[in-house]
Design a protein around this ligand. Structure first.
Ligand code: 5GP
Length: 191
């Protein structure tokens, strides 16, 4: 997605060889027009499936997931990173965070997803695929089907891209980055 690639080049900051900071338009401050365009792009790709719910993990996946859900006219669910006392019956899984270098618990209230559901998972970044694996476990437990995985920024030099493809999922990434270094961001047009 050209507009997204332009924003990454203009406003993204390379933290080290593996982490891209995009807190001026996606991870902290959010650009609504860009999110709208991202939602439309995901919508056009995934409308071929009978999606009933868009699922993400809080926090940074919420903006793109919501814009896509709006276009698909289905609810958006954000899986929580801690179980609130009001959530009694929950599916629980664990995710190792690549950026925080520690594990955290994710949970979903059981009444929100069931075996009739067709899920589109959306996230801001794909690195090693750990967030996806945690969500996959929860969706499986709920008996629902994952029809597709939509990623805003996919760092294809890490393991997640191949992991999700090898599991047979329909993965659609809007910006694919094959390297991040002192020369800048190099996009991957080959995958
Ligand atoms: P994974 O679960 O695929 O290993 O990592 C994905 C999650 O880690 C994303 O939801 C995102 O929050 C975070 N993440 C991974 N790589 C980056 C990055 O380069 N920049 C930022 N800002 N977050 C990242």
């Amino acid at each position: 997605m050209l507009k997204l690639e332009e924003e990454i080049c203009k406003r993204g900051k390379i933290m080290n060889g593996e982490i891209l900071k995009v807190d001026s338009f996606l991870n902290h401050q959010v650009d609504p027009k860009l999110m709208e365009a991202i939602g439309e792009e995901f919508y056009h790709y995934f409308k071929k499936y009978p999606i009933t719910k868009v699922v993400t993990i809080e926090t940074s996946g919420i903006a793109p997931a919501l814009m896509c859900a709006l276009k698909l006219e289905v609810p958006m669910i954000f899986i929580k990173k801690a179980q609130p006392s009001t959530m009694q019956e929950a599916y629980v899984s664990h995710v190792f965070s690549f950026t925080k270098n520690k594990s955290y618990t994710i949970c979903l209230s059981k009444h929100l997803i069931d075996k009739e559901d067709h899920i589109l998972f959306i996230d801001d970044f794909l690195a090693n695929g750990q967030a996806f694996l945690g969500v996959e476990q929860i969706i499986r437990e709920a008996g629902a089907v994952i029809d597709g995985v939509g990623i805003v920024i996919d760092k294809t030099f890490q393991d997640g891209h191949l992991l999700i493809k090898e599991k047979g999922y329909d993965l659609y990434s809007l910006a694919k980055i094959k390297s991040l270094d002192e020369n800048g961001v190099i996009f991957d047009e080959s995958l």
